[in-house]
Write a protein that binds this ligand. Sequence first.
Ligand code: NAD
Length: 541
Amino acid sequence: MTNAISNVPVPVNDPVRDYLVGSPERETLGQELKNRSKSVSDVPLLIGERVLTKPQQFKICAPHAHDHHVANCSLADDEDVAQAIEQAVTTQKEWSRLPWEQRAAVFLRAADLLETKYRPAINATTMLGQSKTLYQAEVDAACELIDFLRFSTSYLQNIYAVQPLSGSGVWNRCEYRGLEGFIYAVSPFNFTSLAINLATAPALMGCCVLWKPAEQASLSAWTGLEALREAGLPPGVINFVPGDAQRVTDKVLAHPDFAGLHFTGSTDVFRQLWSKVGNNVHQYRNYPRLVGETGGKGFVFAHSSADRQSLLNNLIRGAFEYQGQKCSAASRAYVPVSVWNDIKDDLIAQTSAIKMGDPAEFANFMAAVINAKAFKKITSYIEDARKAEGVEILVGGGSDASRGYFIEPTILLARDPHYRTMREEIFGPVLTIYVYEDKDLDQTLELCDATAAYALTGAIFAGDRRAVCKLSDALRYTAGNFYINDKPTGAIVGQQPFGGSRASGTNDKAGSYLNLTRWMSTRTIKETLQPLPTYRYPYMG
Ligand code: NAD
């Protein structure tokens, strides 16, 4: 076994299950949701092999039902963080020396467990803690997570296989070492798969990790970690430290062994962390790697030749799935008058008919936004729009926080293309549309490029191939993920590597080989095969 030049299994995207009435997957998920509704789960810390329940905890309630107490999550204190760092630094030395096949096998085994035994649990905890509908949980928490784990092991093998040339009498090699020290993974609430991948990608490459999850997503994060531990993840490789974000972060970033930040979340927070790292740079043993995927202001740009029906359906899915809480969500649209006249009435009618409610009722297309802070922020944008000049509410605009944090899918029509909802990330079910004169295509393309600071996702809709070329070229730097005649959301691992630039991040493409290369430090080895007979060169005579 040790002398095999191994090939990892060829990865295939995990198929999305149907959950049709009477199907076994629907039964087991229904049962899991029921069981979890009868009890309160515990989310502990994990430091090395110690699973710790702390006296200081926070309470997680379902965003769609305030009276549904889902879990209690322990909070790490300074001493826990210090111990987790020590554990990670010590474990890294051994973990990074383990043959890579042994590391890869842990993650492949975890993918299998998540595909089978843990599928109901990872979906149910995501539905309850983060208020995802069944489909949104399935494509994220199950399928995308499984894909991350399987595709990454295959990329790892390809990376390691890249070796330098060797001249006569010389054997050159590259050894891809995990980063010395530890990696700090800080994850957002909105994608279970992305959150877990922030910890597992560096771990696969031979790094050890401190992982601070987002509060509301800590139950699904812990469920993923349970699958990884059952799969044989050795103690100390991933250390789980939910806690006060700023306090944990300040302790971590001040440590000399801090070797990298793997962050997904808002632009402001990533900028703060970057500044802190900059201020501490003189005290680190290595220059830390900073990888951050941050905010977005996804656009849809329609051309007069666009397929009307497809545009309309993709606007609804792109803007309102998971309540618009996707960095990639369609949150501004540029539509020519000729197209707008054809779709306006249907778009309003279909948006107002969207069903919203408890995600455990499978007929709902939308559920609640994540918490009181998000509810307040999103509704304040809607209230501003109610009063502002240059914008009107076409449909939606209502909200109700009495039972859960529900906000109606809302479409604004902006006469002012620079109105704040065309520029700022709202992160909720609000789509703003700007209708342009067909003849003003060129100026409107410039507007789309220059209006928002972000460059994560964007979509164009056009039937005319010359228009496809023109729009693609004009919008070249507006999105790291660019879609033609499709919604700007729903990237699939192995098919559309995901990430953006400008204020949207470092564009290291989560789940691709590009991201994995950030978590290794290459040692080049030159071995000379012949002894050197003299220090003199032949031309010297
Ligand atoms: P957030 O920035 O509020 O939180 C992200 C993480 O940072 C959480 O773990 C949080 O506890 C932590 N954090 C918050 N304040 C901090 C501080 N001062 N110091 C240290 N850590 C801190 O983001 P969120 O609300 O969880 O997620 C939504 C954001 O994430 C949106 O902006 C969205 O666009 C972005 N996002 C981007 C991508 C992408 O791939 N580009 C994917 C998902 C989410």
